[in-house]
Every structure is written in C-alpha cells, then in structure tokens.
Design a protein around this ligand. Structure first.
Ligand SMILES: Cc1cc2nc3c(=O)[nH]c(=O)nc-3n(C[C@H](O)[C@H](O)[C@H](O)COP(=O)(O)O)c2cc1C
Ligand SMILES: Nc1ncnc2c1ncn2[C@@H]1O[C@H](COP(=O)(O)OP(=O)(O)O)[C@@H](O)[C@H]1O
Length: 318
C-alpha cells in the first residue's frame, strides 16, 4: 500500500493523476460499516481494472473545529487505521491534513481540487458522508459537483439488530466496558498498542507481577475495572487479567489517565521496554478499594480463576 500525505493547499503539479476508485471517509475504527464502503469500492476497482484508493482526513475534524479542550481520542489512531487499510487490500491511502483552512473549502472546491484533479473515476462513500465547509456537500450534491468527471456509489447504513454500526456506538461500548460486544460492530476486539514501563514494583511482592502498559497513542479508554485480555508480544500471544484504574487500595488521588496493568498467565519473562498489543475481551468487575492487601490478593486469585473459566467457556484459550 502506498501512503500519500497531502497538505492543504494541494499542489496539483505534485500529485499523481493516475485514475483510481476512491472510498471517502474519516473511518475511525474501520468498523464493519466502513469495511462495507471499502469493499464496495474494491468491487468497482476490480470491474474497472483500476487501483483501489481510500481518502481520509487527519486529525479528526472534531479535534480541529471543536472548542472543547478535551483532546480527541481514537478507536484507531492513524497507524492502526493504516494497518486495517492494508488488510483490506487498499492500494493507495491518501491522508489529507485536516486544518481550518481545508475545512473552509466550499464543497465544489473540495471536489475540484481533491477528486477531479486526482483523476478519480468513481467515488464511494457512506450514506452520511459530508464534505466542504460546514459539511454542506453530501450524497445528494455529489453528482452535480462531479460535473460528469466521475461516477459515485452510496453505501447505506449497516445495522446490527436495530442499532446502526457507528464509531459513536463503539465508543459508548468502550466507555461502558461492554468490550465483549465490540466485535459485532468492529469485526474484531478493541485493541491498543503500548509499551511496557516501570510500575511501582509492588506486583511481584503481591505474588502477581503486572506489566504496566503505557498507551502509544491517544486511544479511547475503557471503563475502569478488571478485564480478561489477550496480549501480543513479539508476535507471540498470551492471555491475562488486566486492571485499568487508579488502584484505590494504594492511592487516594484519581488524576490523569488510569494505569493499565496486566498479569500474564503462565509467563515469567522480563518485558520492560517491549512494544505490546492488548485486546480487550471481557470486563469482569469494578475496581475496588480493599481494606487489606490480603483481601486484594485473594480477589486477584479469584479474578484469575474467573478469567480462565471465561476463556475456556468461550473457546478462546486453555
Ligand atoms: C487482576 C487485577 C485486579 C486488580 N484489582 C485492583 C482493585 O480492585 N483495586 C486496587 O486498588 N488495585 C487493584 N489491582 C492493582 C494492584 O493494586 C496492582 O497490581 C499492584 O498495586 C501492583 O502495582 P505495580 O505493578 O505498579 O507495582 C489489581 C491488579 C490486578 C492484576
Ligand atoms: N506473569 C507476568 N505478568 C506480567 N509481567 C511479568 C510476568 N512475569 C514477569 N513479568 C515482568 O515483571 C514486571 C512486573 O513486575 P512488578 O513487580 O509488577 O513491577 P512493576 O511495578 O514494574 O510492574 C513486568 O513488567 C515484566 O517485565
């Protein structure tokens, strides 16, 4: 996959003008609805013997246009989005830097500069895709704005039961800790990449060493609590039990991002500094403040047992 970064204003002299089929969207999550859009474009690309291209915008428009001071978090930060695009067989991945100036382009100017000038032959987008200043361009205006330079296909909403598959719904599931439901919408478990860092060196003394994981990017954060997780380290897969939270047994203050700590089953290696991937399989309980360390240790034993039972019952491991 070729990745093409474009900074606004686009320089028409410097861009490739080979014809392509282009799927358009923000695609945070690259969920089943997004996959439908990209697969529709892939089908047209095969029929027309053209490369499959995807155009996305980064950072997320909300991050640039919203007045909120809270930083935007992602289901798939850019690196992860790229990985998913590769898996879908995308040939060219265009990343347009989303700035206030870019956002103020009229819909017609966007189509002219970013689609027609790239020699796009066919555009595919989801039913709710909008383009141009204030999102005034949409699936009802694109035909007129294309001025006959390209055809387009609109992909209808994908539903999971009565609920529309959407990044918003997946975010809600992450925040509610309902991670076991996420594969229905996302097509895979929610996962993060991170680095194993030093903790407070207490885990080993408790009889439960825990790998403390620092997220590598601004991911959406699951609800605090204890989870069954899968870890990938150097291409090997392990299962474990994870606490995400503020460790109220030891700390009074709950500031900043929660810590993420995984006790890995049947594992005894030093992995400080390693890059890992953590998949969130199932939330099993709330984080609690224990009256004694013995009570906490007893509870962690039970969490481990419960996790292994869950993994066995769902034929995920053991
Ligand atoms: C499965 C599991 C469940 C945990 N549950 C709690 C909890 O409910 N409350 C709490 O204060 N700490 C909880 N912890 C966090 C421990 O307090 C923490 O692992 C220990 O303090 C070691 O921290 P360190 O690795 O930073 O040294 C849990 C840890 C694990 C692995
Ligand atoms: N089963 C295991 N699960 C998690 N980490 C383990 C395990 N066995 C060994 N380790 C190593 O021990 C470290 C955790 O030890 P711990 O005493 O909890 O210290 P820290 O507070 O630095 O996390 C991990 O980062 C990892 O390198």
């Amino acid at each position: 996959m070729e990745t093409i970064y474009i900074k606004h204003p686009i320089d028409p002299e410097r861009i490739k003008k080979a014809p392509s089929v282009m799927a358009l969207g923000y695609f945070d999550g690259v969920h089943k609805g997004h996959q439908q859009v990209i697969k529709t474009a892939a089908k047209v690309a095969i029929e027309q013997k053209l490369p499959l291209a995807v155009m996305t915008f980064h950072p997320h428009p909300k991050e640039v246009l919203s007045t909120s001071t809270r930083p935007m978090r992602y289901i798939t930060p850019l690196q992860e989005k790229m990985e998913q695009m590769k898996k879908l067989g995308v040939d060219q991945f265009y990343i347009i830097s989303f700035t206030k100036e870019f956002a103020s382009l009229s819909p017609q100017q966007f189509v002219k500069d970013y689609l027609i000038s790239l020699n796009v032959q066919h555009v595919v987008a989801g039913f709710d895709f909008t383009y141009g200043a204030k999102g005034k361009g949409n699936m009802d205006t694109i035909e007129e704005d294309s001025k006959g330079h390209f055809n387009f296909s609109m992909v209808p909403a994908l539903k999971n039961g009565s609920i529309k598959v959407s990044s918003t719904h997946i975010r809600e599931l992450i925040h509610q800790g309902e991670v076991q439901l996420i594969p229905d919408d996302l097509g895979r478990y929610y996962k993060m990449s991170g680095t194993v860092i030093d903790g407070e060196k207490r885990g080993r003394k408790l009889g439960f060493p825990t790998a403390n994981i620092q997220m590598n990017e601004r991911y959406e954060i699951p609800k605090t609590g204890v989870y069954v997780v899968k870890l990938s380290i150097d291409g090997h897969h392990y299962f474990g039990v994870c606490n995400i939270g503020y460790k109220p047994t030891f700390h009074v203050k709950h500031e900043g991002d929660p810590s993420i700590e995984v006790h890995i089953f049947d594992f005894k290696q030093d992995i400080y500094g390693k890059e890992v991937e953590i998949e969130w399989l199932k939330r099993i309980r709330e984080e609690k403040k224990f009256a004694s360390i013995d009570d906490l240790i007893h509870q962690i034993h039970m969490d481990k047992e419960q996790s292994i039972t869950y993994l066995k019952k769902n034929q995920l491991a053991f």
